[in-house]
Structures are given as C-alpha cells and as structure tokens.
Design a protein around this ligand. Sequence first.
Ligand SMILES: N[C@@H](CCC(=O)N[C@@H](CS)C(=O)NCC(=O)O)C(=O)O
Length: 309
Amino acid sequence: MSEELILHHYDSSPFGEKIRLALGLKNLRWRSVINSVVPPRPFLTPLTGGYRRIPVLQIGADIYCDTHLILRTIDRLRPDAPSLFANKTTEPLCWWWDKATFAPAVAIWASFVGDKLPKEFIDDRKTFAPGFELNKEASGANLSLHVQHINAHLVWLIDMLADGRPFLLGEPSALDVTAYHTLWLVKQNCGEGAATLLPDLYQPGVLLSWFERVAAFGHGTREALTQEQAFEIAKQATPVEPNYISQNIDNEWEIGDKLRIVPDDTGRVPVEGTLVAADRHEMVLRISDEKTGNINVHFPRAGFEVTRA
Ligand SMILES: N[C@@H](CCC(=O)N[C@@H](CS)C(=O)NCC(=O)O)C(=O)O
C-alpha cells in the first residue's frame, strides 16, 4: 500500500497536468487526491511541513515537493521505459521552459479569464506570487508583450521539431510534458481566442501535431483517494531510508542540522526540519509531530533556498 504513488493536485493546475501526463507517458497506476485550489489544506499542510505549492507527490510517509523533483522521483521509482530523462540536458531544458514561459502564460490566461476568477483566488495568489499579473485589465493591457515572450520561446520548440522528430528530444521525455503544461493552460482556458496570438499552437504544423501527440499520453490509471485516507497512509507509514542519496553534500550542512527550506520564487512558505539526507540534486528534511508521526519531506536543490533554522 505505502508503495503507491499518491498525487496531491487539482484538475485545473497546469503543474499538476505536467505530472499527470508524465504518469500517462509511463502508463502508471496512481492515486489522485484532489485538494482545494485555495488553502487551507488541513490534511496536506501537516504532511509537507508548510510547503504550499501544488502538486505534491506522496509515497507513504515520504513527500516530494516541486514538479522537477517529482519527475525525477517517478523515474527513479518506476524505472521501466520510457525514461523521462533521456539525457543530461533534459532537466536544465525543463528548467528553462518553466522559468521563461510560466509567468507570461499566466498573464495571457488572466487577460482572458481574469474577470471570472473568484476574489478569494486573486487575493490568495497576490501573496503567493507577487510578480504575477492576474488582473484582467492590467494583463490585457500588456497582452502583446506576454505573447511576444511566449512566441520567442515557442520558435525554439518548432526548431527542435523541424527535422520531423515526433518529440522534442526525439524520444518522449520530461521536456515534452513540461513544454506542454504551460501551453495547455492557455489553450484549455482561452480557446480559439488565443488563435491569432499563438498561431503555431492552433494552425496545422509541427507544433500542433506535437501538442496533440503529448495530449495523447493521457493520465495513466487514476484512482481516487480522499485527503483523509492519504493522511492516514502517511501516519501509518515510516519514511523510507533515502539510500539512493549518496550524502554527497557540500561543506555547509551536516546530517542532523536544523534547516529551513523555502522556494526562491513563488509560494515562499518555509519548511523547517532536521536534515536526514542531501546530495547536489536533492535535500531531505525530517519533520515530526503527534498527528503525523515522522515524515521525510524532499526538495530539489534548484529553485530552493536553504538556511539554518
Ligand atoms: N516550481 C513549482 C511550481 C508549482 C506551482 O506554482 N504550482 C501552482 C499550481 S499550478 C501553485 O502551487 N499554486 C498555488 C496553490 O495551489 O496553492 C513546481 O514545479 O512544482
């Protein structure tokens, strides 16, 4: 039971869609825990130690934060082909795409749907991501700039596909689901309205054909689990010894140190815990209380700041 992949997400989450498609690509069985779009998330927050972003991957009493680490973890735990990380350039390319395109994609999305977003959502996301523009009028006023940003990066996807390859790196990989998820946010919500802005995504051509091939990965076999059930699984389980981590840490930290880890961009809610494992890709903090028992919370190194608690 505790071996199951449990994804905490909500259906409209683009980062959630990135992971759902990766699960589909690898044709995996997983448990789906739907969380509210706006916190509080009383059954999830105690498991993450406060990390507030979605999605989160749970395996028993181990919690994996951030889609970059979640993808690595899915590949590590379910190594059957296809591999999500075909070569050493895949991960930095995924990083490029998220950094370059997520904020402008959100702004394009908001310029279409901003007036329909509930006030509590807008208020929450103002503190979540202070630089992001969710106001319909403000993002609409700068729409052409946001579109320029996306199109400047889209052309590189088109260049990659120009030799007729079906996927960005040849074989399907994490880069496909990563590039897809921000475009999905726009296409799913703005519909034909964005067709003149992002023509490559709507008109027949290599990009649209690729987009449809990635959509066809599907989501694997998804089975519902309640928030309460997921919490109970964590409580009953014991964190797995992270033997796959070589403990190859820099001189700065030692196992047993009390540390604070916080995302360096959005959702900057820190998690405090005891360092149990680290290498140059990943850090693991142990958190513990009466309600949850011991939990290991895993973070990628890239995109997170670590300080002494
Ligand atoms: N770098 C993070 C970004 C995740 C992210 O921004 N997720 C959005 C949802 S798509 C989020 O957490 N929004 C606020 C929330 O749901 O509380 C990742 O790759 O996981």
